[in-house]
Design a protein around this ligand. Sequence first.
Ligand code: ZN
Length: 137
Amino acid sequence: MNTTVIDHIGIAVQSIEESLKFWEGSLGIKCTEVETVEDQKVKTAFLPIKDSEVELLEATSPESPIAKFIEKKGEGIHHIAIRVDDLESALAELKQKGIRLIDETPRLGAGGAMIAFVHPKSTGGILLELSQRQTDI
Ligand code: ZN
């Protein structure tokens, strides 16, 4: 599979508004987009740094995976996303290698990207997201 760049780092936060005081106010990294992904019950904010982004994740409901994550572990790094140029073939390759996938087929993520998660059991404890940008298709 062809991996190209760290696409983004997903950080679980209680409040995007509060977190932006640090990321924008203190670090000076501008938030370019806020988007709610309904089926994941999450509000996302993207802060690009060159070719990668920081993705702030705020739960929109107590049943959100982000709410459960914060309840268990507190705020912090939730996942790391690596960009691939062909997500479907990357998933097929991992499956063939016996890697445990959370998403066996690509689904639509924030920013119009196609994404799939790899299970932390197969990655040494990291929730790994593979992401294919529409512009790469
Ligand atoms: Zn992500």
